[in-house]
Design a protein around this ligand. Structure first.
Ligand code: KIV
Length: 272
């Protein structure tokens, strides 16, 4: 339904994401947790589907992502993999499933082998750099995640913007360079000031994907429930309901994709 060029109908790969960054083409990503919504995302021309551990909150009804287990992630990843073939499928390594290198390797093997993921995502730098290196050395594609890292909610003291003070901003910039050096292929930046995310994006060779990180990241991701206006509780500031004013889930995904690609989303009101 939504016109696609020949290159747009080929499966999205890590190489393609790098080409998109180099060419200034925005990368559009949403989360999905089952085959039906994944198929709608694919039909709408979404580039990347994240099977996020946000499923703990938006699907399972927990107050955080911490109760999500590896079996849940493998199950939902496999459901999504059956629903969509073209978008790059990224799956979250859940809390404590990558606490050291042996666990990270075994957990990633399940997400990729049983769950059909093409890339695994993990939160943090510091101790996690060793894990990123070990995965990269074994040719596992890795997405790092910095800024607001929800698995650290109790250490962070809540879901709040990160990198506002000068020292925290410097740490975030250093962490971003460190995850790239360790071998990450992609970096999610969550809830960081727009200017800081722009600076980090310019400093990296790998693409950045923002959520609450302003318009200058190489791409954007939204939790599907936020995009469709069915978020339990208060909708975060960085989210927008794209279902309002469109007639279907597929049209809402397409409207979001068009807004990201044209630079109309996120607007200043969605950033920090
Ligand atoms: O779990 C998730 O959905 C995520 C996104 C918010 C980036 O990590």
């Amino acid at each position: 339904m939504y016109a696609q060029s020949a290159s747009e109908s080929r499966p999205v790969t890590v190489t393609r994401l790098r080409e998109m960054k180099a060419g200034g083409e925005k990368i559009v990503s949403v989360t999905a947790y089952d085959a039906g919504f994944a198929a709608q995302a694919e039909a709408a021309g979404i580039d990347m589907i994240l099977v996020g551990d946000s499923l703990g909150m938006v699907v399972q009804g927990h107050a955080s992502t911490l109760p999500v287990g590896l079996d849940h992630m493998v199950y939902h990843s496999a459901c999504v993999a059956r629903g969509a073939q073209r978008p790059l499928l990224v799956a979250d390594l859940p809390f404590m499933s990558y606490r050291d290198v042996p666990h990270a390797l075994a957990s990633s093997a399940r997400l990729i082998g049983e769950g059909g993921a093409a890339m695994v995502k993990l939160e943090g730098a510091g101790w996690a750099l060793e894990v990123i290196t070990a995965l990269a050395e074994r040719d596992v594609a890795v997405c790092a995640h910095l800024g607001l890292t929800p698995q650290s909610v109790h250490k962070l003291g809540g879901y709040r913007i990160q990198g506002r003070e000068a020292a925290a901003a410097e740490r975030l910039k250093a962490d971003a360079l460190a995850v790239e050096r360790a071998g990450a292929d992609l970096l999610v930046l969550e809830c960081v000031p727009s200017a800081l995310a722009a600076e980090i994006t310019r400093s990296l060779r790998i693409p950045t994907i923002g959520i609450g990180a302003g318009p200058d990241c190489d791409g954007q991701v939204l939790v599907m429930h936020d995009l469709l206006g069915v978020t339990p509780g208060r909708r975060p500031r960085f989210a927008k309901n794209f279902l309002a004013g469109t007639g279907s889930v597929e049209a809402a995904f397409a409207a979001y994709a068009e807004a990201v690609r044209s630079g109309r989303f996120p607007g200043p009101e969605h950033g920090y």
